[in-house]
Design a protein around this ligand. Structure first.
Ligand code: HEM
Length: 497
């Protein structure tokens, strides 16, 4: 057969396979919720702006309603929108929605040998262990609150040295937040100038930046193909390797100096569990699982908290009337002593403000993908085990049935008529159900203590008028990344007296 005939035969085979696959996809589509028509190979990607996928999904939500289907390449993916639909699924059918779907940008490295991307019994065990450890059981002599306070004091001293000159707070916030999770994982904080620590932060942030740009999104859709294509996504695996090498060194040090009666950090707690179960064949506690789980915790705990803090200070500058009330409450309730986490119980306005920032800033708009653990009926549809679901948290946080004028920033969303703090279940910054964020208590404690310590010590002065402050995110992918900005920190005389 000559070259021309061979090419023709191969082309015919290719087109036939494509048509067969497409026909199957269209037959399956008929059983799924409505959505844009998928095309072969690209699915419904042509309907999504890869630079702002959240906006595109919100537009499709307007057209197709609360439950619709998109295609990431050939993979159907059901999108859930609005408080009602997400409650009906993540909360009312929590067990069915507790599966984690394949998420190549992380899974291809960890192979699911970690807390966030595993499934079944292994995930249940690792999650239970991590939650207990993160909420302080068996975490040794120093509480998590003490670790956060230590870091907050350190960063305040550093910021004092700026002497009121303009600074971009992002760097300090990333360092301090990363140090808190490092202190919990590795037992001690690092110096901000430490080269290895700086490289760790660079790798974490750079990876998030790549995941939030079109390269990262394309990797998640076509992992098999993108592996062979040069581009920024290639840097992801290099960043992960750097991070795991660092974790390996820390784990080795802990193994050498482990005292089972005196665990110093997360690593020690895991090693003790590993030792306890070493003779059991069905144990989930392995060396690699420890390394991969720490990597995921470092990722999960750094960008999310520091982006929230960046938004908090930005929104305080944008809304000076809100800032004034927060300052007053700090002065009245805390005064000059260092803040404690339990102070929040007497600070309804500050609590409402922090909750409203979490709603409005919506730092994890797409959450992480879920997968059904069994066949499940939702509204008029029967979904098969393994169906992939995306929960569009933005559509909950901006749900008009749950919040008045959701596009306006307003702490009153979380206050009752008497000015008392009022919970709203439609705040789902940490998602909901069995996969909801296990770091929530650490994150809210960290946010409260950092913000109150900072505002107790400094007046935040914007360089521009509130009307000229932009709050539009600069990255919209798996995270809403706040814009860069500068402020001056003026020492507060009342807290210095
Ligand atoms: C403001 C800060 C944070 C936000 C907004 C946030 C948000 C989220 C969201 C939306 C998810 C996905 C939940 C789902 O799949 O339904 C998640 C998962 C997760 N988060 Fe957080 N998170 C934050 C801080 C943290 C911290 C501090 C830690 C660790 C100490 C952490 C650890 C994790 C882990 C391990 C998962 C995966 C859980 C699982 O698969 O079972 N997060 N987070």
């Amino acid at each position: 057969m000559d070259f021309y005939s061979l090419s023709t035969v191969l082309l015919v085979i290719f087109i036939t396979c494509l048509l067969a696959k497409y026909t199957r996809m269209m037959l399956e589509k008929a059983k799924l919720p409505p959505g844009p028509t998928p095309l072969p190979i690209i699915g419904t990607l042509y309907k999504l702006n890869l630079n702002n996928i959240v906006n595109s999904l919100m537009e499709l939500h307007q057209i197709y309603g609360d439950i619709f289907t998109i295609y990431e390449g050939n993979r159907p993916c059901v999108v859930l929108c609005g408080y009602k639909a997400i409650k009906e699924t993540l909360i009312d059918k929590a067990e069915e929605f507790s599966g984690r779907a394949y998420f190549p940008v992380f899974y291809d490295y960890s192979k699911g040998d970690d807390l966030a991307f595993s499934n079944g019994e292994k995930w249940k065990e690792l999650r239970h262990f991590s939650q207990l450890t993160l909420t302080n059981f068996g975490m040794g002599k120093r509480s998590i609150e003490e670790r956060i306070k230590e870091e907050a004091e350190y960063v305040i001293e550093l910021l004092r040295k700026t002497n009121g000159s303009p600074i971009d707070p992002k760097h300090h916030l990333h360092c301090s937040v990363c140090n808190v999770i490092c202190s919990v994982m590795f037992g001690k904080r690092s110096d901000y100038q430490d080269e290895e620590f700086q490289n760790l932060i660079h790798c974490l942030l750079d990876s998030f930046r790549i995941m939030s740009n079109p390269w990262g999104l394309m990797y998640n859709v076509y992992p098999g193909f993108m592996k062979y294509i040069p581009g920024p996504h290639k840097q992801l695996m290099k960043n992960y390797t750097f991070i795991t090498d660092l974790i390996l060194k820390r784990v080795d040090n802990n193994i050498k100096s482990l005292d089972s009666n005196n665990p110093r950090d997360f690593i020690d707690c895991f090693l003790i569990k590993m030792k306890k179960e070493e003779k059991e064949s069905a144990t989930y506690y392995h060396h690699n699982t420890l390394v991969m789980s720490i990597m995921m915790l470092l990722f999960a705990a750094t960008e999310s908290v520091s982006n929230t803090l960046c938004y908090i200070f930005l929104l305080l500058m944008k809304h000076p009337n809100v800032a004034e009330k927060v300052y007053n409450e700090i002065d009245n309730v805390i005064g000059h002593r260092p803040p404690n986490y339990e102070d929040r119980l007497m600070m309804p306005y500050t609590e409402a403000f922090l909750h409203e920032v979490q709603r409005f800033a919506d730092v994890a708009p797409l959450s992480l993908p879920h997968e059904l653990t069994k066949d499940t009926q939702i509204r008029n549809y029967t979904f098969r085990k393994g169906t992939v679901f995306l929960t569009l948290l933005t559509s909950v946080h901006y749900d008009k049935t749950q919040f008045n004028n959701p596009k306006n920033f307003n702490p009153n969303n979380f206050l009752d008529e008497d000015g008392k703090f009022k919970k709203n279940n439609a705040l789902m910054a940490f998602s909901a159900g069995k996969r909801s964020c296990p770091g929530m208590s650490l994150a809210v404690m960290e946010i409260f203590l950092f913000v109150t310590t900072m505002l107790q010590n400094f007046t935040i002065k914007s360089l521009v008028s509130p009307d000229d402050i932009s709050i539009d995110p600069v990255g919209v992918g798996i995270a809403h990344i706040p814009p860069n900005y500068e402020f001056c920190l003026l020492p507060r005389s009342c807290s210095q007296e």
